[in-house]
Design a protein around this ligand. Structure first.
Ligand SMILES: Cc1cc2nc3c(=O)[nH]c(=O)nc-3n(C[C@H](O)[C@H](O)[C@H](O)COP(=O)(O)O)c2cc1C
Length: 268
């Protein structure tokens, strides 16, 4: 069967199936199951910047959220529930009990003091750090350029705290996406994760529960399907397919995309 091994942010992976940060990447037991079913790497469930700040400066976080008591209560409740030490223990134990790369994850909105925690994540043995960032564009005082600048400031500050490879996960809400991602690619990050998806849970009306449609075993199914597809097409390695459909292979991508757009709407 085709060789699925590849590299990602400087890490060697047995296959490109990286389990995104979610409820399945929150415990060592689940991460072991993900490994058993073939996962190439795992991104741990995110810590929020506010949880880290709460630990170093509770007053500051309370000042930020002071007028929103619901949020304040939620942040302090959540912080108590998930101590930072627990997160470091999750990294350490996942590394001890599995042999796939473990990527820690922080959901952040600023380059404040929380960035120091990136050093602790490295000490705990993580193989990389993913930053999940979305700055709400709701403050009328900030221009788009100023909001974009926050992303660069965060990356710079985090890179000062750790030598781990840093991935940045972003949403698709940017006005000049092509230019922004190009500049991000020059900012020192080792990977850009496209895209975060805003949580829109689906409720199963029979069980009346919020569900993951398929459980952890789907990892094996996906890998088999990728391998089968590569075999059918005669591809032997990931290098042969990475970037195959990339825009840079087109001489005039904008014209091509415009034509696809017109075709789509003309046919529908
Ligand atoms: C239940 C659930 C929990 C998630 N939790 C996190 C999280 O803690 N941190 C994070 O960065 N992304 C989180 N995500 C987003 C996923 O990591 C992923 O970026 C998103 O689902 C987009 O990938 P997809 O299009 O393959 O679903 C979560 C997604 C789901 C469905």
């Amino acid at each position: 069967m085709a060789d699925l091994s590849t590299t990602y942010m400087g890490l060697t992976l047995r296959n490109p199936l990286i389990i995104a940060s979610c409820g399945y990447t929150d415990s060592v037991a689940e991460i072991k199951k993900l490994e058993k079913h073939g996962a190439g790497a795992v991104v741990l469930k995110s810590l929020f910047e506010e949880q880290i700040l709460m630990d170093v400066d509770e007053q500051r976080v309370n000042n930020i959220y002071g007028t929103y008591s619901d949020v304040e209560n939620y942040v302090s409740f959540y912080t108590r529930k998930r101590q930072l030490d627990d997160y470091l223990a999750l990294i350490r134990e996942s590394k001890e009990k599995t042999s796939i790369p473990i990527i820690a994850s922080i959901n952040c909105i600023s380059d404040s003091q929380w960035v120091e925690f990136a050093g602790k994540i490295q000490e705990a043995g993580a193989d990389g750090l993913e930053l999940n960032m979305f700055i709400m564009p709701s403050d009328e005082q900030f221009t788009g350029t100023e909001i974009e600048q926050i992303y660069f400031d965060v990356v710079k500050k985090v890179k000062e705290q750790t030598t781990l490879p840093v991935a940045l996960k972003i949403s698709y809400f940017f006005s000049g996406m092509a230019n922004f991602t190009l500049r991000l690619s020059q900012s020192g990050i080792s990977a850009l994760v496209l895209f975060n998806r805003f949580f829109s849970p689906d409720i199963d009306l029979d069980t009346e529960k919020v569900i993951y449609k398929k459980g952890i075993p789907v990892v094996g199914t996906i890998l088999n399907e990728i391998g089968h597809w590569m075999d059918t097409k005669g591809y032997k390695s990931m290098d042969e397919i990475i970037g195959r459909m990339a825009q840079k292979n087109l001489s005039r991508p904008m014209v091509y995309e415009r034509a696809q757009f017109m075709k789509y709407f003309a046919d529908s």
